[in-house]
Design a protein around this ligand. Structure first.
Ligand code: ZN
Length: 502
């Protein structure tokens, strides 16, 4: 047999489904650039696993494989050399560490802004979000799908302008007649009896032609409306781990994949194309809580939604799917454990046994009389997380519940969630660097016409430039340098912050 060339090897690898793993760096890049798609996309689906640190998608493959015998969709997708992979640099106008509102606004307006604001420069200059441009200048339909409240930072950053992200009552009316499909949680900012000002936004949306859904059954079985406001929970949708283990939640609340499919069914009937943002928002919340099981179950749900979007795009060839995150959060990673790290895999699979998120803990604590002793805490953790912690560890948690939090070297972890995440890491192997967002570059993967524009390192604001150019929209929002922003920062920094995931 003749000596094989590198190109032959490459082809052989691809045919065997081995992807590029056996090839050297340069040919793999050359092959990845050979996208089969031509021209510009008619539709763009922008998917965000909020707060997904770089370690999350790599471990979600192992998690999915162990939990249901099949690997994660993203992993499978990346083995295919047709799919692009790069990084976003997500820095904001005031910090290396960004938050979800400035991150989404950077993609959605092309300008870096200060954390905590939506579509607005610190001097009060209002920016025009991409949803408005897509609608007015390119005749696109627009959809927002999320597992958080509909008015939360990531969906809001594509379609609204607000000085403070926390002002969700003021964000809720801004989607009216700009966004056609709204699916997620957050009824409390639309229903008159739940809003501070008693304004009947549900009525206003209905008068403007939106159908209102509140149950999964309506989403699965209704005739598709042109416009819909689907709000399936009062606040954020439940964590996936809680939903899997609670029949009423399974019955009433759609999964992210189901909402994504419904949105695509509605939006794809429009002849001029659409912009759809899909957010797996609770990956971020689980990371803030250092809740590893909560995090990986939600990442799995996100990747299920990704499969729906990519399959849609694969069949059509006119749709660009961009999959990314807005920032890292607490940077979970699997530690090497035991002799030659041989215990790490087993530790990691303990996550699969979890029956609840940390969010459910307060309810359990209340059920246990409010101040459970160490034995009760141990039983609670065993029932919820399927992990038997040591008595001394249970004592630390019992004390923390009673308000006596022991000093720990990393102050971010000096609270019940931090202590619990740290103690459980002795058993499930997942360590955390803190409880806040982090500055790391985030993964971005793309599939469809224009995917090659998301290879390598991409500045967050360039996503806006690329998407608008693809649709022939010639528009530039005002922007500021860090120096120009500084005088406004002191006033902003004096505000009292409430945790945004609350
Ligand atoms: Zn966050």
């Amino acid at each position: 047999m003749d000596k094989m060339t590198r190109r032959d090897l490459l082809r052989l690898g691809a045919a065997a489904g081995i992807g590029t793993a056996l090839t050297s760096f340069a040919p793999a890049i050359a092959q990845r650039r050979g996208s089969r798609f031509k021209g510009n996309p008619k539709n763009i689906i922008f998917m965000v696993s909020d707060g997904m640190s770089a370690g999350v998608p790599s471990l979600s493959e192992a998690f999915s494989r162990s939990f249901r015998g099949k690997g994660s969709f993203w992993h499978q997708m990346l083995l295919n050399p047709e799919v692009s992979l790069g990084y976003f640099d997500m820095e904001s106008l005031n910090s290396l560490v960004t938050d979800s509102s400035s991150a989404s606004s950077s993609w959605g307006t092309g300008s870096r802004i200060v954390n905590g604001a939506i579509g607005m420069l610190p001097d009060g200059t209002r920016l025009t979000p991409i949803a408005v441009l897509a609608k007015e200048k390119a005749k696109k339909k627009v959809g927002l799908v999320t597992t958080t409240r509909m008015t939360h930072a990531t969906p809001a950053g594509f379609a609204t302008v607000q000085a403070r992200r926390d002002d969700e009552d003021s964000i809720a009316p801004q989607y009216l007649n700009v966004v056609d499909v709204l699916l997620g949680g957050g009824l409390r900012h639309f229903a008159p009896d739940l809003r501070g000002d008693k304004r009947d936004l549900l009525g206003e949306y209905k008068s403007a032609g939106y159908e209102h859904w509140s149950l999964r059954d309506q989403l699965m079985n209704s005739k598709q409306p042109d416009k819909v406001l689907g709000l399936f929970w009062r606040s954020h949708l439940p964590y996936t781990v809680d939903q899997i283990n609670t029949p009423a939640m399974r019955r009433d609340v759609p999964t992210l994949a189901e909402m994504t499919r419904a949105a695509l069914d509605i939006l794809s009937r429009h002849k001029d194309g659409f912009l759809l943002q899909v957010e797996g928002g609770r990956v971020d919340h689980a990371a803030h809580a250092n809740d590893a099981a909560g995090l990986f179950f939600d990442q799995m749900a996100f990747e299920d939604a990704m499969e729906v979007a990519v399959e849609f795009a694969r069949k059509r060839g006119d749709t660009l799917v961009i999959v990314t995150s807005d920032h890292g959060n607490a940077n979970p990673g699997l530690n090497g454990l035991g002799y030659e790290y041989g215990s790490s895999d087993e530790a990691f699979t303990r996550l699969l046994q979890a029956k609840m998120s940390f969010e459910e803990l307060p309810t359990k604590i209340k059920e246990a009389g409010g101040k459970p002793d160490a034995d009760t805490v141990r039983d609670m953790i065993k029932a919820g997380m399927a992990i038997e912690i040591e008595k001394e560890e249970a004592q630390v948690l019992s004390d923390a519940i009673a308000g006596k939090v022991m000093p720990v070297p990393n102050k971010q972890h000096r609270n019940l969630g931090g202590l619990l995440g740290g103690i459980l890491s002795n058993y499930n192997g997942i360590g955390w660097i803190g409880m806040n967002h982090t500055a790391d570059y985030v993964w971005v993967s793309a599939f469809g016409p224009g995917q090659e524009q998301f290879e390598g390192l991409v500045k967050n604001t360039d996503a806006f430039v690329k998407m608008t150019r693809m649709w022939g929209i010639n528009f530039k929002n005002p922007s500021m340098t860090r120096e120009q922003a500084k005088p406004f920062m002191r006033a902003l920094s004096e505000r009292v912050e409430t945790p945004h995931w609350a």
